[in-house]
Design a protein around this ligand. Structure first.
Ligand SMILES: O=C(O)CCC(=O)C(=O)O
Ligand SMILES: [Fe+2]
Length: 277
């Protein structure tokens, strides 16, 4: 039994071994999809246990956020947080949802293999050392770690980037809403798991896409889609956001409009990626 309201939800497109053409078509048509077992052979799938992180990185300090409210956040050692993850039964637990792990532990990047159809013009173009230093704004790579019931509120991803997310352990429930549903989902303000229908009466007409992601499955989120996620079980996942020919123009527009990016940062980005100039 899952938590989100299934009435206007259709299942996500599902692939087992997609071709580049399959994937590119979905990216062009802005369709979320899941690749079952796409990460089956990654080293991370067996290596990234709770004990592995505790033993190797336990003293590292990470910032965790209350799942329903980013303003409620705190720092914990990874060892302390993993103990919390494995014992928490809270309804609205703290979530490690913004850990730019490779800034600290670059070797972890060797434990997973990104398929060619997810390659990114930023990562292809910018030298890795620069990405881990002056250009860290463009790293766009995170580990998510959290207990059962943790999750991410409805949101759009940063600067119109696409994203892939692979579950290493645990299980996630996803819902997606396309841009035509924006008003019905309160421009991302509604909580799809417990909607306030007095405030967002149109939500019950919003048509979404639904998916359960199991260990080894990889999900694609199109740059246009609102999405909300709940971890049905404690676990670890990894996300990389990316830019390719199918969203380059949108990213360029978004960078010009993004108030969180200073004019200096914008010029620097354009210098590194001429496509955004
Ligand atoms: O797993 C989550 O909690 C959020 C993942 C997400 O939003 C993403 O990969 O874009
Ligand atoms: Fe996201």
């Amino acid at each position: 039994m899952t938590v989100m309201n299934h009435k206007q939800l259709t299942p996500c497109i599902e692939f087992f071994n997609p071709t580049t053409e399959d994937v590119t078509r979905c990216m062009e048509q802005r369709q979320p999809f899941i690749i079952r077992n796409g990460a089956a052979n990654w080293v991370a799938r067996t290596k990234w246990t709770w004990n592995f992180f505790k033993q190797n990185y336990g003293h590292h300090s990470i910032k965790v956020y209350r799942s329903s409210n980013d303003q409620d956040n705190r720092y914990m050692s990874l060892a302390e947080y993993i103990d919390y993850i494995t014992s928490s039964d809270e309804k609205d637990p703290y979530y490690a949802s913004a850990w730019q792990f490779s800034l600290y532990f670059k070797e972890l990047v060797d434990d997973y293999q990104v398929a060619d159809y997810f390659s990114c013009i930023i990562r292809n173009r910018i030298d890795d050392d620069l990405l881990h230093d002056q250009a860290a704004l463009l790293l766009l790579r995170w580990i998510y770690m959290g207990p059962k019931n943790s999750g991410s509120r409805m949101h759009l991803d940063i600067a119109s980037t696409h994203a892939w997310n692979a579950v290493i352990s645990g299980r996630k429930e996803w819902v997606f809403y396309g841009p035509e549903e924006a008003e019905k989902v309160g421009f991302g303000q509604v909580n799809a798991a417990e909607p306030d229908l007095e405030r967002y009466p149109m939500f019950h007409e919003a048509k979404g896409v639904h998916c359960i992601q199991n260990p080894g499955d990889i999900i694609f989120t199109p740059c246009t889609h609102y999405h909300q996620i709940r971890n049905l079980e404690a676990g670890i996942s990894i996300t990389e956001n990316f830019v390719n020919a199918t969203n380059c123009n949108e990213v360029k527009q978004a960078l010009m409009q993004d108030e969180d990016i200073s004019p200096e940062q914008a010029s620097f980005i354009k210098l590194l990626i001429p496509e955004f100039a």
